[in-house]
Design a protein around this ligand. Structure first.
Ligand code: NAD
Length: 248
């Protein structure tokens, strides 16, 4: 049993930067063929594609929050790749605001991109995996979905929703050898956290028992493990990757 993903096809959503591109790289390094989903920047997606080890990878531009685009995108991936053994629902956004200032659109956009997308992609992924009676889906949640966070009620609700959704689907498909798990990152160095002020950053670091922010590779490692035979009896689980922050 090892972390060899040769002859495996892996879809990673929101993979043109940050945690998503790191997950794509890690699976490619382990031998997989990557379907790299992205929403907007063709240039950035091309750059990431160029860095992937191995061959046979492809770029798939679609908005994970739009049902028709997800349908078209996954149909194309299945046509090109034949099958998908692993799907990582990574795409996500923040629209932070305290409740009284939060606009309905801030709520809707975060729900659609972070939670509805997981439903849309997973529904099609499961459909294709049921035929093979095999597959692994990993949903990127967040420590904020476990603890809550002032100014992030929309994001926290979506990320908590992902955990409950994952457990429910795990129960639905467990007997067909399809596993579905979450990974819950703590604070990871990416564009999403770059905008944090020095004060906020210091406040976070003071609370992280391991004393540093995580790297995208830390999340990629957890995804590789969850998708691998090493985790073959693990489903409906949320893997915390946060340097111990959840204990504080
Ligand atoms: P990021 O902003 O660098 O990357 C997010 C990616 O999702 C981008 O490539 C973006 O283009 C893509 N995306 C956004 N909307 C999309 C859409 N509608 N369709 C397709 N792609 C879309 O952020 P990141 O830090 O790399 O975050 C990746 C995931 O990890 C997110 O789900 C995020 O919520 C989660 N997360 C991040 C942290 C952190 O500290 N960085 C902590 C916990 C959870």
């Amino acid at each position: 049993m090892n972390l060899d993903f040769k002859n495996k096809n892996v879809l990673v959503t929101g993979a043109s930067r940050g945690i998503g591109s790191s997950i794509a790289f890690a699976f490619a390094q382990a031998g997989a063929r990557i379907a790299l989903n992205y929403a907007s920047s063709d240039e950035r997606a091309q750059e990431v594609l160029k860095t992937l080890p191995g061959s046979g990878h492809g770029l798939y531009k679609f908005d994970v929050a739009q049902a028709d685009q997800v349908e078209g995108g996954i149909e194309k991936i299945l046509k090109d790749f034949g099958s998908l053994q692993v799907v990582v629902n990574n795409a996500g956004i923040t629209r932070d605001q305290i409740l009284l200032r939060m606009k309905e659109d801030d709520w809707d956009q975060v729900m659609q991109t972070n939670l509805k997308s997981v439903f849309l992609v997973t529904r099609l992924a499961v459909k294709s995996m049921l035929k093979a009676r095999h597959g692994s889906i990993i949903n990127v949640s967040s420590i904020i979905g476990q603890t809550g966070q002032a100014g992030q009620s929309n994001y926290a609700a979506a990320k908590a929703g992902i955990i409950a959704f994952t457990k429910s689907i795990a129960l639905e498909v467990a007997s067909r050898s399809i596993r579905i798990n979450c990974i819950a990152p703590g604070f990871i160095e990416t564009d999403m956290t770059k905008s944090l002020s020095e004060d906020v950053r210091k406040g976070i670091l003071d609370r992280v028992p391991m004393g540093s922010m995580g790297k995208p590779e830390d999340i990629a490692g957890g995804c590789l493990f969850l998708a691998s035979p090493l985790a073959s009896y693990i489903t409906g689980h949320t893997l915390d990757v946060n340097g111990g922050l959840l204990m504080n």
